[in-house]
Write a protein that binds this ligand. Structure first.
Ligand code: TXA
Ligand code: MG
Length: 344
């Protein structure tokens, strides 16, 4: 199969993409978070192709992408008022809500769960494709399972050239990490994955939020978890990633003591001068966490190289979008964190 790339700006791109979706094919779609690997979310055979191409475990459900909040009643029931309040505040945008699923949603999309994840992406061409196709688009992040997510059309082509019909090129993704996921099916709203909508923003609307343990710690692969995707190793380059915490100076001293030829340093732009002899790669500014989220996956992809043995990574602290960056980087590191301050 020849994989076509069409610019999101071309007049007939949305119609071409929508026709492929209607015909049961696969289209990589741009969103404000990461590129998705999309198919008709109501077509079992089309959804099965996503799992096959991505190499995704069957027990990991997909997000249904909709064109607006008015569509969720078709796929969800017992929708709490809080869901509409969140949609009003943050849709279209990087927020996914988990709600009770109607029977209209096939089991392969929900991986057999009684719930379904829904999200309305902040990307004009993608919402237009959904409208023209007349079906919700099921789409996981477009990376091969376990690899860093795809934030450019070139990343998608690298992972899936010849395996999917079309990539819609909407340029680099603005947010750069996947959507925030909040589960609204329990008594209290639960954060399953941090993302572009921050915990602080959710609390401002919901007045309450429980943070699931999978957000902050490594979950055993046999554990029963709310978001099945959170238990799998993720985002990881081939080399070992180690987060070095602590002050700039102490972390640099630690890394200089341990650095071997063939290792790399993943750091903030402000720290580049500290690592001139360590082949450093910056993924954004520590002073602006949105640049870190936008740059993280492209940087992890650059470091996905069998010639690299260890990556010493610097991780931002604090809340806001930095919280999502911490979560992804800790997962990429398998939660291996060394405090540069501890070692004399
Ligand atoms: O930003 C995003 O959310 C991107 C773009 C393409 O929209 N999509 C994305 O999909 O990140 P994916 O499949 O890579 O991650 C979806 C996560 C997985 O961890 C999955 O287990 C969880 O959402 N999930 C999906 N349906 C769920 C459900 N019914 N209950 C709990 N978790 C669910
Ligand atoms: Mg993913």
């Amino acid at each position: 199969m020849q994989t076509q790339i069409l610019s999101a700006n071309k007049a007939d791109t949305a119609a071409t993409a929508a026709q492929i979706i209607k015909d049961g094919g696969l289209v990589a779609i741009p969103t404000e978070t990461v590129y998705g690997l999309g198919a008709d979310g109501l077509n079992e055979a089309a959804v099965a192709k996503i799992f096959a191409v991505k190499g995704r475990p069957q027990d990991n459900p997909l997000i249904l992408h909709v064109a607006g909040a008015e569509e969720i009643e078709k796929f969800c029931h017992d929708i709490p008022a809080s869901a509409y309040a969140l949609a009003d505040a943050f849709w279209p945008g990087p927020l996914t809500m988990v709600l009770p699923a109607r029977d209209t949603v096939p089991k392969c999309t929900t991986a057999g769960l009684p719930t379904v994840a829904v999200r309305c992406p902040d990307c004009d061409v993608t919402r237009q494709i959904i409208r023209l196709a007349g079906v919700p688009i099921a789409a996981p992040s477009a990376n091969i399972s376990g690899k860093p997510s795809t934030t450019t059309a070139q990343h998608v082509l690298h992972d899936h050239d010849g395996k999917i019909e079309l990539i819609v090129d909407g340029g680099p993704c603005r947010v750069g990490v996947e959507s925030t996921i909040v589960d609204l099916t329990e008594e209290r709203p639960r954060l399953l994955r941090p993302g572009g909508i921050t915990p602080e923003q959710l609390i401002a609307v919901l007045g309450d939020l429980v943070v699931d343990k999978a957000v902050t710690a490594q979950i055993d692969k046999d554990a029963v978890v709310k978001a099945p995707g959170m238990k799998y190793k993720h985002y990881a380059p081939q080399s070992e990633v180690i987060i070095v915490a602590g002050s700039r100076e102490k972390a640099a001293a630690y890394i200089h003591r341990h650095f071997q030829p063939g290792d790399r340093v993943l750091c903030f732009e402000e720290e580049l001068p500290l690592y001139t002899n360590c082949n450093p790669l910056s993924y954004g500014k520590e002073s602006d966490a949105s640049t870190l989220s936008a740059g993280l996956f492209a940087a992890l992809r650059k470091l996905d190289d069998p010639g690299i043995s260890k990556v010493y990574a610097r991780c931002p602290e604090g809340g806001g979008v930095a919280y999502a960056v911490q979560n992804r980087l800790k997962k990429a590191a398998g939660f291996r964190i060394i405090n540069g301050e501890d070692e004399l």
